[in-house]
Every structure is written in structure tokens, then in C-alpha cells.
Design a protein around this ligand. Structure first.
Ligand code: ADP
Ligand code: MG
Length: 249
């Protein structure tokens, strides 16, 4: 489903990704771990098509299309979803309208009819109940004044409603208490299926106890230096990145 080959990318002229190779088959959830500054967020931004990130070499295929040739909006409606490490605040944009607009764009692309405000509220409220979010968060501007945990919940609400084919979660677990962590894991697990793939970026092995990944990759210096199963995350938790970095150098 997602095939990244020899991906090199720069930000502001600075080389960050140095030849990432990664394949996530349809239906699989892969985790990326790695030290601060290794390029994890950059990888997710490049995949989502964020402005300012320039691919200098390599390719990314999503399904059978060239992902890098698509505009960010086209990627989103094709089913690529990025949960930001730092969710953006959109003053003046109502959360409900924002979510419904995004959902309808995706529905149109799938050939499904748009849903109206009433239908949307019903859908959203049901999901919000599961995510332990209060109704008034729909009326407020997107993420404005939301606590860290509320922002992450809002990202999970968006993800659950959009039901993406590829979810990129950038440290969605950081700063969350155990209960919120469980909500994030439950949301990802509820989407799991043959048409859903995910790339979960995390610093903590504990998230991977709840979202058991099919594979774990270590990103260091802008490339994947080691891949393995869930046991690799446990090994990292115990011994850190040093030994693996030394072995790869
Ligand atoms: P990670 O998410 O793994 O912690 P990032 O992808 O955020 O790492 O960053 C990788 C490297 O790119 C870091 O050294 C960071 O300082 C650098 N970087 C990120 N954004 C910019 C930018 N706009 N200009 C220059 N360097 C940047
Ligand atoms: Mg990051």
C-alpha cells in the first residue's frame, strides 16, 4: 500500500531525510521510533505534502499512485491522514464546520453523498462519547484553547470520522495520561482492517502495548537503521538507541 524508496528530503536547504526505505503493506501498522531530531516528523510531513519540505531524491507510491505528485489536499481526499505532533489552532474556524467540510471532501472523492449538519452532529457526537469529549468542543474554534490532551482527542475524532486508508500519527501519545493513551490506541485499533495502514511515530514502548505493530523501525540521521518486530521496541526501551546506532555506523 505505501512504498517509500530512497527518500531524500530537505527543509530550508537542510538535508534531513537521507534515503528512507519503508514498505507498509495494506492492513499493517508500523511504528517508527528514533532519537530527537532524527527526521520522524519530517518524514510524516513529506508524506502529507506539507509546504516547505522538498524531496530531492526517491519516490513514494501509495496504492498504485505517485504520492509525491499529488497536492496535499489530493492526498487527504485519497485517504492520507496526518495527526500532527503539535495540532494547529484555527481561530475563527468552528470545529464542527471544519470536521464536516473535511469529511464531505473525502466522501465526495469516494463517490459518497455529502452529509448535512444534522447527520454530522449525530455521527460526531457518537464518536465524541467514545473519546470522552464534551459536546461544546464542536462549537469552539478548532483547537483554540484546547488542552494538550483535548487537541489529541480532537485529532482522533477527526481521524475516526475520516476513516483514512493511511494514518500517520506523530507522537500522538506524548503528554497523554494513561486513559487518553488508551483512547488513542482504541481509535487506531477500531480502524484496523485490510484497507487501513498506519505509521505510528512514538518515543514510548507503552503505546505499542496497546497498538501492537506489525513492524518497528528505528530512524536515525534521516534513515532507517534497524527494523524488527514489537520486541525491538522493548529492546530500545531497555538499552536506548546507542548500541543500534553504533552497529549501523
Ligand atoms: P524528529 O521528529 O525526529 O524529532 P524532525 O523531523 O522534527 O525530527 O527534525 C529533524 C531535523 O530537522 C532536526 O535537526 C530539526 O532541527 C531540523 N529541522 C526541522 N525543521 C527545520 C527547518 N524549518 N529548518 C531547518 N531545520 C529544520
Ligand atoms: Mg517530531
Amino acid at each position: 500500500m505505501l512504498k517509500i524508496e530512497n527518500l531524500h528530503a530537505t527543509v530550508d536547504g537542510k538535508q534531513i531525510l537521507n534515503g528512507v526505505n519503508l514498505t507498509i503493506p495494506a492492513g499493517e501498522v508500523h511504528a517508527i521510533m528514533g532519537p530527537n531530531g532524527s527526521g520522524k516528523s519530517t518524514l510524516s510531513y513529506v508524506l502529507a505534502g506539507r509546504d516547505g519540505y522538498e524531496v530531492t531524491e526517491g519516490s513514494v507510491t501509495f496504492g498504485d499512485v505517485d504520492l509525491l505528485a499529488m497536492e496535499p489536499e489530493e492526498r487527504a481526499v485519497a485517504g492520507v491522514f496526518l495527526a500532527f505532533q503539535a495540532p494547529v489552532e484555527l481561530p475563527g474556524v468552528g470545529n464542527a464546520n471544519f470536521l464536516r467540510t473535511a469529511l464531505n471532501a473525502v466522501r465526495r472523492a469516494k463517490g459518497e453523498g455529502e452529509i448535512d449538519a444534522m447527520q454530522f452532529l449525530k455521527l460526531a457526537r457518537a464518536r465524541m462519547k467514545v473519546l470522552n469529549m464534551s459536546d461544546d468542543m464542536l462549537k469552539r474554534p478548532v483547537n483554540v484553547g484546547f488542552s494538550g490532551g483535548e487537541k489529541k482527542r480532537n485529532e482522533m475524532l477527526q481521524m475516526a470520522l475520516l476513516s483514512p486508508r493511511l494514518a500517520l500519527l506523530d507522537e500522538t501519545d506524548s503528554g497523554l495520561d494513561i486513559d487518553a493513551l488508551k483512547l488513542v490506541s482504541d481509535t487506531v485499533n477500531s480502524l484496523r482492517g485490510p484497507d487501513f495502514s498506519a505509521l505510528v511515530i512514538t518515543h514510548y514502548q507503552r503505546l505499542l502495548n496497546h497498538i501492537v505493530p506489525d513492524a518497528v523501525h528505528v530512524l536515525s540521521g534521516g534513515r532507517i537503521i534497524k527494523s524488527g518486530g514489537p520486541e525491538l521496541a522493548q529492546e530500545l526501551e531497555k538499552s536506548g538507541y546507542g548500541a543500534i546506532q553504533a552497529a549501523a555506523a
